[in-house]
Write a protein that binds this ligand. Structure first.
Ligand code: PCA
Length: 327
């Protein structure tokens, strides 16, 4: 006759077996992300992972690795394309050097608020996703950064004040912008930004209040000039082979999680934009609108960058702008 203990341990063993079987069938996905763990993009990555677990009944189990800890920002896209990581997140316009169309969200002064950025994405989405599909990537969701403005360590009223300044760029467009202002660009990942500023490798950059806050740039810099030149987007991408290997049901569950997270992430970005400026000010920085003379210079450079982008990215770029302007 079986003892109670024996019965209990048999029950425990079968539960353990069931869990093991489930775990064996669950897909474990490591998801490298480029920005700080406390950044809203990364926090939303965790929300996405939780939703995916829920909607797939635990069959896809995503572990988020923020801050470039698994793959550095600049390596994430290649890692996902080649299947070293099944899924990952990166700054889309960082890839405009390989495919100019991917700089759609980094053309100055086209979409200077969230609503227009959403409209621009609606116009760009199919073409951009088509381009990424050619690179073995499926886009799950995209999320906008707050508007981009300039950080300096002195007051700047026009390009007379920017000559020779060492400028941290994050892609080809920001490097061009800097050069047009007489600055010297050096490309640095957000994860290495504080160090680049502390060591004098860079002394200015363009970004959102978000990255200035994440990187505590008030330790080295003094001024932020609001420009809202553009709202660049991060995107969460999955390897196309991995995606095609999922059942239609699983794809739908993951896409549902992605759609919901994309909406929530953009809303969170918008709700934090002014809060970041308050934090910069609370830490001693001067935060103001760019002076009219400086802004006029930036707009002139922006117009040139827009025609350069269309020349480089071709008919698809023009079609995106036409669709955007038609709405
Ligand atoms: N922060 C990122 C990209 C855009 C932004 O606001 C960065 O500075 O790298």
């Amino acid at each position: 006759m079986k003892t109670l203990t024996h019965k209990l341990s048999t029950a425990a063993a079968s539960v353990a077996l069931a869990i093991a079987a489930n775990a064996a069938s669950a897909e474990k996905w490591d998801m490298p992300m480029a920005y700080a763990a406390s950044n809203f993009h990364s926090e939303m990555g965790v929300v996405f992972a939780d939703k995916v677990r829920e909607y797939t009944g635990g069959e896809i189990d995503i572990t988020v690795h923020p801050g470039g800890s698994l793959f550095k920002g600049g390596e994430i896209k290649r890692a996902v394309q080649t299947g070293q990581a099944p899924i990952g997140e990166r700054f889309m316009s960082a890839h405009a050097n390989e495919a100019p169309l991917l700089g759609w969200d980094n053309v100055p002064f086209i979409a200077t608020n969230y609503a227009d950025n959403e409209k621009l994405w609606a116009a760009a989405k199919d073409k951009v996703n088509g381009q990424l599909a050619e690179q073995n990537l499926v886009t799950l969701y995209t999320c906008a950064w707050p508007g981009q403005g300039f950080y300096f360590k002195k007051p700047v009223a026009s390009s007379a004040d920017t000559q020779g300044v060492k400028f941290r760029s994050y892609n080809t467009a920001t490097a061009t912008f800097a050069e047009e202002l007489g600055m010297i660009p050096v490309q640095v990942e957000a994860a290495e930004l504080s160090q680049a500023l502390a060591t004098g490798v860079a002394e200015a950059f363009i970004s959102s209040g978000s990255t200035g806050y994440d990187r505590k740039v008030w330790e080295t810099l003094t001024h932020y000039y609001k420009v809202n030149a553009w709202h660049p987007r991060n995107y969460v991408m999955v390897n196309k082979g991995v995606w095609d290997g999922l059942s239609a049901d699983m794809q739908a569950s993951v896409q549902k999680a992605a759609d919901e997270t994309g909406v929530a992430c953009n809303a969170k970005s918008a709700s934090l934009a002014d809060w970041y400026f308050e934090q910069l000010e609370a830490n001693g920085m001067v935060v103001e609108d760019a002076a009219p003379e400086f802004l006029a210079e930036l707009q002139k450079i922006g117009a040139k960058m827009q025609s350069d982008w269309v020349a480089e990215a071709g008919a698809d770029a023009q079609a995106i702008l036409d669709a955007y302007n038609a709405n």
